[in-house]
Structure formats: structure tokens, C-alpha cells
Design a binder for this molecule. Sequence first.
Ligand code: LZ1
Length: 490
Amino acid sequence: MDPTVVLVLCLSCLLLFSLWKQSHGRGNLPPGPTPLPVLGNLLQIDFKDVSKSLTKLSKVYGPVFTVYLGMKPTVVMYGYEAVKEALVDLGEEFSGRKDLAVNQKVNKGLGVIFSNGKTWKDTRRFSLMTLRNFGMGKRSIEERVQEEARCLMEELRKTNASPCDPTFILGAAPCNVICSVIFQSRFEYRDADFLKLMEKFNENFRLANSRSAQLFTMFPIFHYFLPGRRNKASKNIVYIKNYVLEKVKEHQESLDINNPRDFIDCFLIKMEQEKDNPQSEFTIDNLLVTVIDLFIAGTETTSTTLRYGLLLLLKYPEVTAKVQEEIERVIGRHRSPCMQDRSRMPYTDAVIHEIQRFIDLIPNNVPRTTTGDVKFRNYLIPKGTPILPSLTSMLKDDKEFPNPEEFDPGHFLDKSGNFKKSDYFLPFSTGKRACVGEALARMELFLFLTTILQNFTLKPHVDVKDLDTTPLVSGLGRVPRSYKLSFIPV
Ligand code: LZ1
């Protein structure tokens, strides 16, 4: 048969099949724009800013709607009520994780970010406990962050007040905190192993956050045509796994069950305790994936928030001056900031909340799925349906935060200048999948930013009005445009 005829026949079948699948809408899904065959609602979504497109759609279809990203329906929760009802009130039903296509081969369902079911539950509980400082030995997590903050300050001093792009150094500090928590000790910023490790993670982040990665997520079939990028990402993970495995072996040789030094020691002790349980989730394989997950979650996110935060502090020097005044008054110049200081620093606390609210780092959450068929409001959402709980919809809510597109620490202050909490402040999401690293991230943001502002004045290199604080939006996360600044010693 003529190959053209075969092709046309195949395409027609595919089209009919996708039409059939859509019209036989499994379950009773929420309303939404009519999907095209194969493409779904692709034409209604701007991939430079998915969350803005979802905002527009929510104005037409309400707080719960369905969009077809490709052939598959995804249910969007938009606004505080819908997100809370799903992620908290129906926490268990909405606690599934949708595997990002890039990861399937690599993590084999292990770890804490992309796992599900019992593996996820046991690994999550263990990671939360360990990161909360239960059993991580003598050195607290706070001390580790303070140590890193001091090294960061020394490194910034070495720039001699000359203009620099802060991306590398603000990436190295959070990465090193994770190293300190996992491997016991931090690295020198020029350490070859450390640089190699960072480079591998950075490259994978770029691959995962790219436009083509989003395309792959929607149309996994493209993987078979364009395997190059995925292989590159897998290679990087293999390198990291081998590195971590070497470290694990060193830890096994020097392990003292009564004195765990770090996350790996705690995990090895847990393995030992559960060695007679054939169902135990605590295996070397799971340790390797969990460690990688802590790096994935803990490095780029905190680093981007710090870099975006400094850009905002450059843009609003009057805000920065007030923070510095508060630091001077509460901490002074001669000791390192500590977490106890935060409760006496409402303005600084408000500024950090406002940075996180304004930048809206992960606008559509990390995609979830339903763990079973769920009745939600008047709809029936089938098991395994991808769910996007919009974090933008809460962080940019115009009743909770008047003028939500403006950077204004007043969003978190009452009339007398006390810190004002908001239920809508959920940059770490909420419910059973809420960020495991929230406490650690907030500690780093507070200690790093106060240490920097205690020791340096920030000087921009263009006119303040030319600093562009709108994001370069891409896939999962929002990234600021690049900029230069000088750190002038106080
Ligand atoms: C995550 C992040 C990024 C991707 C997946 C999980 N947790 C940041 N925190």
C-alpha cells in the first residue's frame, strides 16, 4: 500500500480514537474549554506563562475546571476554597504525585518527591522527622545554616565590592546546606567534587524546566523520537548516584549507631532497625533516590528565591533600609543572626513573606494526581487524573492582598507594624504533600538574607527604574532575569 495512504489512515484512527476517549469522558469532569482532538486545549494555553492562562480560564469556568493538556484531562483548582477543599479536606484522595516524564526511568517509584503509596508515606515521615532535628546528632540544622551563612558572607567579601552576577554563589550556599545535612560537612566553594555535583543538578534543572520538557510531559510519545535530552539527564543522575553511593559506603564504615552525624547515618540506622522486615522501604536504592530528591527540592528553589529576593531589595531601597535598621537594632553587628531573632523582627519577616508571595516561585504547584475515584463538589474525578492546585490563585488573591501585583511588605503587617499572618500564604503548598523542606527553606531565607544585609549594602548597576522584576517564566518555576550588583561592606 502507498505509504501516504497508510499514514493518513493511521492519523485518522488516532483522531477518531482521541475523540472517542474525550467524549466518553471518564467520570463526570468539571467544565472547561472544548478540547481539539489530539491537541486538547493547547491553543488556549500560553506556555510562556501557564498560570496566567489558567487565571483567564478560571474567570470563564470558575474555581474548578478541566483543561486538556494534550489528550489527557487535567483538573485545575483555582482559589483558596477549592485548593483547601481538595488538598486538605480530601487530603488522602488528592495526595498522589504525577510522575514527571523525565523521572520515570530514574527513580523507579522511590524517594519522596515522585513516589506514591507506602514508599512515599514511610519515606516522607522519616525525612520530615530527620529534617526536624529529631535524631540528627549533636549539630543542629540551624548551626549548619549559620555556618554556611558565615562562609557565604566571606565569599561575598572576596568580590571586593565589584559588580557581579550573584547566581553562582547564591546557588552554592543552599546546595552546601543540603550537603552538610546529608554528608555531615559542607564543601569549599571551589571544591572540584562540589562543582561537578552542582553542575549536574543545574543541567538537569535546566532540562526539566525547559519548554521541550513540558511538551514531553504532555506528549510522552515524543520521548521515543527525541531521546537525547532524557539520556543526558539520566547520565547526570547516574553520576550523582555513584557519588552518593561512595559517600554511603564511607558512612557505613564509620557508622556509630549512637551518634548519627547526618541524614545518611539516620537512614542507615533505620535500615538496621528494619532489617528483618521484608516490606521495609528503607533500602540503599531508596536512600540514593531520597538524597537526590533533597538536592532537587532544596537547591534551585531556595537559590532562586534568594536571587529574586536580592533583585527586589535592589528595586526597593527604602524597604531594604528598614530591614537593615531592624537588623542593627535587634541583632547588631557583632554576632550571627539566629532563628530566635525572627520573632522580634516583624518587618524583616514581612519582607521575606512578601518576597515569596510576590515571586510565586512554583505557580501551579508540583503536579498531583487523585489516588482513587473522587467525588469533588458535583463532579466525579477518576483515579489518576492529573491535578493542578494553583498557588498563584492564593498568593495573588486581590481581596487578601490588595494590589497583588505590587511588592509591598505591608501585605504582611498590621497598622501597628506587627507581623500579620495570612492563610493564603501557601508557597509551600498544603495538605499531605506540602513541602517537606519548608522549615529548612524558611530558616535559610531568614539567616542568609539577614546575614547578607547585616554585612553589606546592595548597590545596583543600572538605574533602579530599569530593574525589571517580572519573571522569565518557564516550566515548573519562575526565574528572575539576570542582573548584576555590588556587595559594599557596611
Ligand atoms: C519540590 C521542588 C521542586 C520539584 C519537586 C519538588 N519541592 C521544590 N520543593
